[in-house]
Design a protein around this ligand. Structure first.
Ligand code: HEM
Length: 457
């Protein structure tokens, strides 16, 4: 990787790391818009593990130095907040939910939200996974044998069903359904905004902003009605995550406000639906390309599940399915971008970053770092079983204080869904089909979906 010398400062911001000059970055504008991940990858390859972009306010750095990434997330994590453009745009949909909350609000919320992710929630989702899988099988069985289905759409549907039921119990009709649709439609606007450098503020009545506002109104209305109903008929034993959020109290007996609960509910749909679906989609894309790995996954499923519905206890008995899920999370980490704002100056990968800097981290890039991963582009789940892989270098769920609260939820769902499906169906690319191109949206999505032939085993 070449290192280019930079001028001493850029519009008053000192250059402390190699990086592109202004005209070079302007020339790359169309790539940045079309595929920001491709641009970050090329910047890393050209300039090295710490790259400074020619942006004076805030000074902006890409950090892909393994020790630097750990320092930002773990070692010196308290120096890095979430007041960044990425999380501010997401908050147009999620409000001040746990994912985007900056430190003071987060410190108050996290202990109140934690009970919603306790062991019982994980046990409940096993049943929801089975419902989602059985429905998927009925749909596929109704098709002519060997039909091609869009696995991406199937995984999105399945994951929405699981997180929806985990949140709202079995009542997935009416408001719960509208809520999920409104969340996804609001997210579309947020993605579109992220693609253009200058967007009118959210209060300007552009068509996009009107769509955002009407979706957010719909969200507020649906969550409000569901909470009202539960207050009228409180559950004796909490049946789902919404009951747990509504009943959660801190040591002083205070709970989450109505707005805070609304923000968490929307956050769980945003953070817990497309992420799991995207990870599973890439698992199938990679399995279809690697028939031997698929056969090994099927063999484990046959041994452990033998075609019966999975139980919670099975989760620990499926190490190969877990390794496939981990390897897909490594190569296609759904959350491809993590940003932070540095409160104070710090030293990252040997380069000083000033206080106030925007720090860009990308699990996608770190998971391809040749220092951490031998043969980084190869799909080789066995690396997680033979001791080769250093798990601390795998950060699809982030790391440190702000690590994903839904990590165990995602693992249980991902591993059990993968193994249950592999036990009954094999997948292959139809003639001419191949691994789709990845597009970085809110998560990493396959361009054109994932059409695969599903064959009953
Ligand atoms: C494969 C699936 C998932 C992936 C890849 C993923 C990824 C992530 C990442 C990278 C972060 C940290 C972001 C940062 O440091 O800035 C995060 C945080 C979070 N995730 Fe997940 N997530 C997944 C599943 C879930 C699920 C199932 C839920 C909930 C149902 C969830 C809810 C959250 C929440 C609430 C946070 C914020 C935690 C905090 O700051 O305290 N995620 N997730």
């Amino acid at each position: 990787m070449s290192r280019r010398k930079k001028p001493q400062n850029f519009l008053g911001t000192p250059a402390t790391a190699p990086g592109p000059l202004g005209p070079q970055m302007l020339r790359a504008f169309s790539v940045i818009r079309r595929n920001p991940l491709e641009y970050l990858m090329s910047a890393w390859r050209e300039f090295g593990d710490v790259v400074q972009f020619p942006i004076p306010r805030p000074p902006t750095y890409l950090v892909n130095d393994p020790d630097g990434v750990r320092r930002v997330l773990v070692g010196n994590g308290r120096n890095y907040g979430k007041s960044t453009i990425q999380y501010r745009s997401l908050s147009l949909v999620t409000g001040e939910g746990l994912l985007v909350a900056d430190t003071p609000a987060w410190r108050h919320q996290r202990p109140l939200v934690q009970p919603a992710f306790h062991h019982e929630t994980l046990e409940h989702i096993v049943g929801y996974i089975d419902i989602a899988v059985q429905r998927m099988f009925s749909r596929w069985d109704a098709l002519p044998p060997g039909s091609v289905v869009d696995m991406d759409a199937a995984m999105m549907h399945g994951a929405l069903e699981v997180v929806g039921r985990a949140l709202f119990g079995t009542d997935l009709s009416g408001d719960a359904d509208r809520l999920a649709t409104a969340t996804l439609s609001a997210l579309d606007v947020v993605i579109a905004r992220a693609r253009v450098p200058i967007t009118p503020p959210a209060w300007v009545p552009t068509p996009a902003n009107r769509k955002l506002q009407s979706s957010v109104r719909e969200l507020d209305g649906a969550v409000g009605r569901m909470m009202d109903e539960r207050r009228r008929q409180p559950a004796e034993i909490p049946a789902d995550m919404l009951d747990l959020l509504m009943g959660s109290r801190d040591d002083a007996g205070a709970g989450l406000t109505v707005t805070e609960i609304r923000d968490q509910v929307v956050t769980f749909i945003v953070a817990g639906h497309e992420t799991v679906a995207s990870a599973l989609t890439w698992c199938w894309a990679l399995l279809a390309q690697n028939p031997q790995v698929q056969r090994d996954l099927q063999a484990e499923s046959d041994d452990v599940l033998g075609g019966r519905p999975a139980t919670f206890a099975d989760y620990g008995r499926l190490p190969f399915a877990r390794a496939v899920f981990d390897e897909a999370l490594r190569l296609y980490p759904p959350a491809w971008l993590i940003t932070r704002k540095a409160h104070e100056a710090d030293l990252l990968g040997g380069h000083e970053v000033p206080g106030g800097s925007l720090i860009i981290l990308s699990p996608w890039l770190l998971h391809r770092h040749p220092v951490l991963w031998p043969d980084p582009d190869a799909f080789r789940p066995a690396r997680f079983l033979d001791g080769e892989a250093d798990r601390s270098a795998l950060i699809p769920f982030g790391a440190g204080l702000r690590q994903c609260i839904g990590r165990d939820f995602a693992y249980v769902e991902g591993v059990l869904m993968l193994s249950s499906i592999a036990g009954s169906f094999a997948v292959e690319y139809p003639a001419g089909g191949r691994l789709p191109r990845a597009e970085p949206l809110v998560t990493v999505r396959p361009v054109g979906g994932l059409p695969l032939r599903v064959v009953r085993r």
